[in-house]
Design a protein around this ligand. Structure first.
Ligand code: AMP
Length: 359
């Protein structure tokens, strides 16, 4: 048998692209990475690499000509890039998901429109919007996030009595932001969902996420949380995937309040750091199912057969590697980044244990 899709193009060259390329290789699918940075993590193991900016139409055309289908591994790919490539070859997930997830205002509006609750929010275009919103909400505190290009806590701040509206607004250095009410959540989870071209949807067991300095530190999965929350959270991710006609994988990040309310924080239009554990503990990983979906193959099982604790190696955490190398149940992943910087994700480790002992 010859697979219809033999060459997958990936826009973006980070670790998500790298792990997707590895999953593709196992399925006999070659990958071509397009990324502006030489020696990016994905280019080191992909079949081929095009070093180019995402606006470089000559390079994009070359990618489209050489590939059967294209995907992307991070959300800050310009929409115009996707629209350009779509004229030549299919791109999955298509521009609709990217459009929604690239802008926090559109994202919150979309979530609310399909009946998914979020933190209270208001658009912000000036310091006066902060003042008016906080007066309306009768609180001195909020979180303000730039509408675009925020990640790992970048592009967001806590506003309170200690700073003036003007100080908060100018320090964000943006012209479009979202003001969010602060949620006193009990815990944070993420739901990763895959949908194939025929509309079949499969959801991974839910992971509980813990952050350090706004960066994901640890995911524990399958999460030991009430089954009612598990099924409601999975239904929300299904709903997003269906409404957006997803082909591929997306991740819905959720806050669970002490009262058991589920509030959506963010949609990632892609595989997610909180799903790395699926490589070792599920029949088909998030990366494999993403590749399967975008290449027109049926999805593999998302069931977990082991319990996992995924720990990110951020910056100097890389020095913990020798001790993990001594640990029998530690599955080590390094992303091939030569320079370790504060806050930079260098790799991760997944610690596996028996699922039967999990609860
Ligand atoms: P984000 O960039 O939106 O994913 O936010 C990063 C992290 O900041 C989240 O994982 C939460 O831990 C925290 N956070 C974001 N928004 C809120 C909120 N409205 N209330 C409380 N914590 C938040």
């Amino acid at each position: 048998m010859k697979l219809k899709i033999q060459i997958l193009g990936i826009l973006g060259g980070g670790q998500l692209g790298r792990m997707s390329a590895l999953a593709a290789a196992r399925l006999g699918i070659n990958t071509i990475i397009l990324c502006p940075e030489k020696d990016c993590p994905a280019s080191l193991i992909s079949t081929d690499f095009i070093q180019a900016d995402y606006e470089d139409e000559t390079a994009l055309k070359k990618l489209a000509d050489q590939c059967d289908v294209i995907t992307y591994e991070f959300e800050n790919i310009p929409l115009k890039t996707i629209e350009f490539i779509q004229k030549h070859k299919p791109v999955y997930p298509d521009h609709r998901l990217l459009e929604v997830s690239q802008n926090r205002l559109k994202e919150k509006q979309f979530l609310n429109d399909i009946g998914i609750q979020t933190a209270p929010w208001a658009p912000c275009y000036s310091e006066n919007d902060i003042k008016v919103t906080l007066e309306q909400w009768q609180t001195p505190k909020c979180i303000i996030k730039t509408a675009r290009f925020g990640y790992d806590g970048k592009g967001q701040l806590l506003h309170d009595n200690n700073s003036s509206y003007l100080e908060s607004w100018t320090s964000l250095q943006t012209d479009e932001a979202v003001i969010e009410g602060i949620i006193d959540f009990d815990y944070e989870i993420s739901v990763i969902v895959a949908r194939d071209v025929k509309g079949t949807i499969k959801t991974y067991p839910i992971g509980i996420n813990e952050h350090k300095n706004h960066i994901l530190w640890k995911t524990t999965a399958p999460a030991n949380i009430p089954s009612k929350i598990q099924s409601s959270a999975s239904k929300l991710a299904h709903l997003v995937a269906e409404k957006i006609e997803l082909v591929g994988v997306l991740t819905l990040e959720l806050f669970i309040t002490k009262e058991g309310n589920i509030l959506a924080n963010e949609i990632a239009p892609r595989t997610h750091n909180s799903g790395h554990w699926t490589i070792e503990a599920c029949h088909a990983s998030q990366f494999e199912n993403h590749v399967r979906a975008v290449c027109g193959l049926p999805l593999g099982s998302t069931d977990a057969f082991a319990k996992a604790e995924m720990i990110n190696l951020v910056g100097d955490d890389i020095s913990d590697i020798p001790s993990y190398l001594e640990q029998d149940n530690a599955h080590i992943h390094l992303y091939g980044k030569t320079e370790s910087r504060e806050g930079r994700k260098m790799g991760h480790v997944t610690l596996i244990s028996n699922l039967d002992n999990a609860h």
